[in-house]
Design a protein around this ligand. Structure first.
Ligand code: SAH
Length: 208
């Protein structure tokens, strides 16, 4: 699929906003965001904004997708767990940067639509399931990388448990929508190192 002028403009905008990782920009360039938004928002698909995707949920702003992906420091041989598949857009971006993406979504209808997109795009290294992401994916654990795209009051213990030593989890943390930050947790032998990265606004992780 050839890159549209609108998409090239978005990539240039992300670069100006400080996204310096060429691999992350390359992965974003490979994913046609218009396929992940409802018909009536297609004309805004390459604008740097979050958009509604149904079920009261949103596809994240491209800048936030880029920042969170960059913060994960992915390696091409890694397996990644994502909580909150939503439209599937973030998972599609991750799929170009790692070996396999496991993604969990609580809304069956959103998951079904996302899976259809993965299939249409030939993204065979994405495995998706309906469920409560707070419990993680024990059968596939541990993971070297975990990305949550819904906000929690604190990092769910099961997810911390399922992170490899040396592994990284990126997760929006905050008591409410107006007070959330993306946090990067790195698991050490003796505990977790925590870095607060930037303020964000994500929908809540339900059942938290
Ligand atoms: N990554 C998505 C955007 C995420 S929006 C994209 O690229 O489009 C957050 C998503 O997390 C929503 O779809 C919501 O239904 C889901 N979610 C919220 N709590 C969850 C939970 N406990 N387990 C799994 N999914 C959850």
């Amino acid at each position: 699929m050839s890159t549209e002028p609108r998409q090239i403009r978005l990539i240039m905008e992300l670069r100006q906003l400080g996204i310096s990782d060429a691999e992350v920009l390359g992965a974003i360039e490979r994913v046609p965001r218009e396929m992940f938004v409802p018909e009536q928002f297609r004309d805004q698909a390459y604008e740097n904004t979050a958009l509604p995707i149904g079920a009261g949920q949103t596809i994240s702003q491209p800048l936030v997708v880029a920042l969170m992906t960059q913060a994960l420091k992915l390696g091409e041989r890694m397996r990644v767990l994502e909580i909150g598949t939503g439209s599937g857009y973030q998972a599609a971006v991750l799929s170009h940067l790692c070996r396999r993406v496991y993604t969990i979504e609580r809304h069956p209808t959103l998951l079904k639509e996302a899976e259809a997109r993965f299939k249409e795009l030939g993204l065979h290294n994405v495995t998706a399931m309906t469920g409560n992401g707070i419990a993680g994916w024990p059968e596939q654990a541990p993971f070297p990388r975990i990305l949550a795209t819904a906000a929690a009051v604190e990092a769910p213990p099961a997810l911390l448990d399922q992170l490899d030593v040396g592994g990284i989890m990126v997760i929006p943390i905050g008591a409410n929508a107006s007070d959330q930050n993306v946090v990067r947790l790195t698991r050490r032998e003796d505990g977790f190192e925590s870095e607060t990265l930037w303020p964000v606004r994500f929908v809540p992780m339900i059942g938290d």
